[in-house]
Design a protein around this ligand. Structure first.
Ligand SMILES: Cc1cc2nc3c(=O)[nH]c(=O)nc-3n(C[C@H](O)[C@H](O)[C@H](O)COP(=O)(O)OP(=O)(O)OC[C@H]3O[C@@H](n4cnc5c(N)ncnc54)[C@H](O)[C@@H]3O)c2cc1C
Length: 391
């Protein structure tokens, strides 16, 4: 079809870039990935892959051994350590698989599959300039000009290419910081995501790698902020202090944290322009999201499939337009839903919090199915359906 023999350069070897490289290669494109890091590796952390992202992995022919199937999402009163609402994921149906995966395992799987399929991976290549002037190209810091028929920019949260297409935009601090850490599973954490809610803060925990590890993401509201990024470390005493009033398994898990990462959470607008004539954005580069719905990587996987399908079925110019018009409303809706979650978890007023917890408990008892099926629009979404190239 249209992608056969097209030369495509992908900037960024993260989840979005590698998934796009594989999807494009599987449809016949000649693909090269330029990654700034000297090796493609991932910091230890977990990822929730929901059914909408899992369908893309399935369609790409990938099987994540070692991923843990999630049974439930449990919203909990952080202080009491008791459950407020249980979303039984089995109610989604057997074909709707929700998994907890180690980011490093997903990256390794995508990287191996991309290499095996014939994708060229060029490491230690930092793109300093992207040109969209009739001969799309990426210029690396050593002066090499990589020309292609199309540049796919999956260069993440701090995308250089988003600025090239849209001009500079200042992200807005959300008033929240997040710590993350992975610890040993000393509390027999069941295969469920637990959201431990408290005033102005919440902590998400879920098991990884056969249940040997527990992934922690802890969010606290703050006036002052940490710089945006993934690589800031913090004293674990600060994390323990922030969650000192929490009960249940929380103190035991936090006691093990040695060297947590800390970062500020920023709100970025969804890019207005996702593509030029020969350059296109994908994943966080187009639409960074807050982590409150665990959808950033899932959206990047959806993007990768839709981009490859649109280009293959329609050719480059109409394909790029089709990709943006299919993806923008979807990601805007998901991002808005993620932004809405934080305040629900963080209610400060004890009366309001008590009433909200009572209402959730009652809804969970009276209509457990409805509580899960409110997410059908999110998890039931299938970008691979009706695609003639579906393997
Ligand atoms: C705490 C936390 C928890 C999360 N949990 C989940 C979850 O459970 N489920 C979920 O779906 N999502 C989750 N996410 C979001 C998810 O991790 C991201 O949305 C996803 O990784 C984005 O992938 P990406 O490929 O677009 O960008 P990235 O993963 O950021 O990859 C970008 C790549 O581009 C490279 N790069 C950047 N600039 C250049 C350049 N100039 N030249 C060359 N290379 C370059 C980088 O080195 C990097 O490898 C979470 C995020 C956070 C912060």
């Amino acid at each position: 079809m249209e992608l056969q023999g097209k030369r495509i350069t992908v900037i960024g070897g993260g989840i979005g870039g590698l998934a796009a490289a594989l999807a494009l290669r599987q449809r016949g494109a000649e693909v090269r990935v330029l990654e700034q890091a000297a090796e493609i590796s991932e910091v230890g952390a977990g990822l929730q892959i929901s059914p909408n992202g899992q369908r893309v992995l399935d369609a790409l022919g990938l099987n994540l051994d070692g991923a843990m199937r999630a049974r439930a999402v449990s919203l909990r009163d952080g202080r009491r350590g008791t459950e407020v609402l249980r979303l039984d994921l089995a109610r989604l149906g057997p074909e709707q698989a929700y998994h907890f995966v180690h980011r490093a395992d997903l990256i390794a799987l995508l990287l191996t599959a991309a290499r095996d399929a014939g994708v060229q991976i060029s490491l230690s290549q930092t793109v300093a300039e992207v040109r969209d002037d009739g001969a799309p190209s990426a210029v690396t810091t050593d002066g090499t000009v990589w020309t292609a028929d199309l540049i796919v920019a999956a260069d993440g949260l701090k995308s250089l290419t988003r600025g090239v297409l849209n001009g500079a935009a200042r992200p807005r601090f959300t008033g929240q910081v997040a710590w993350r850490a992975v610890v040993a599973n000393t509390c027999a954490h069941p295969p469920e995501a637990r959201v431990h809610m408290g005033p102005g803060r919440h902590l998400v925990t879920y098991p990884l790698r056969g249940g040997h590890l527990v992934n922690l993401v802890a969010v606290e509201e703050r006036d002052n902020w940490a710089a945006e990024g993934w690589s800031h470390r913090d004293d674990p005493a600060n994390l323990r202090r922030a969650f000192a009033g929490f009960g249940g398994d929380v103190p035991g898990l936090l006691a093990q944290v040695a060297d947590p990462g800390l970062w500020g959470l920023f709100r970025h607008p969804v890019a207005a322009r996702w593509h030029g004539a020969g350059v296109v954005l994908l994943g966080d580069a187009a639409h960074p999201t807050l982590p409150f719905l665990a959808q950033g990587a899932n959206l990047a996987l959806e993007d990768a499939w839709v981009l490859a399908a649109c280009l293959d079925q329609r050719g480059v110019v109409p394909g790029l337009t089709g990709y943006q018009s299919l993806r923008r409303p979807r990601v805007a809706r998901v991002i808005a839903a993620a932004q809405g979650n934080a305040w629900k978890y963080h209610l400060r007023n004890p009366l309001l919090r008590g009433a909200a917890h009572l209402a959730l408990r009652a809804a969970g008892r009276l209509a457990p199915g409805r509580m899960v099926h409110q997410f059908d629009w999110l998890y039931g979404f299938d970008v691979t359906r009706d695609d003639p190239a579906r393997k």
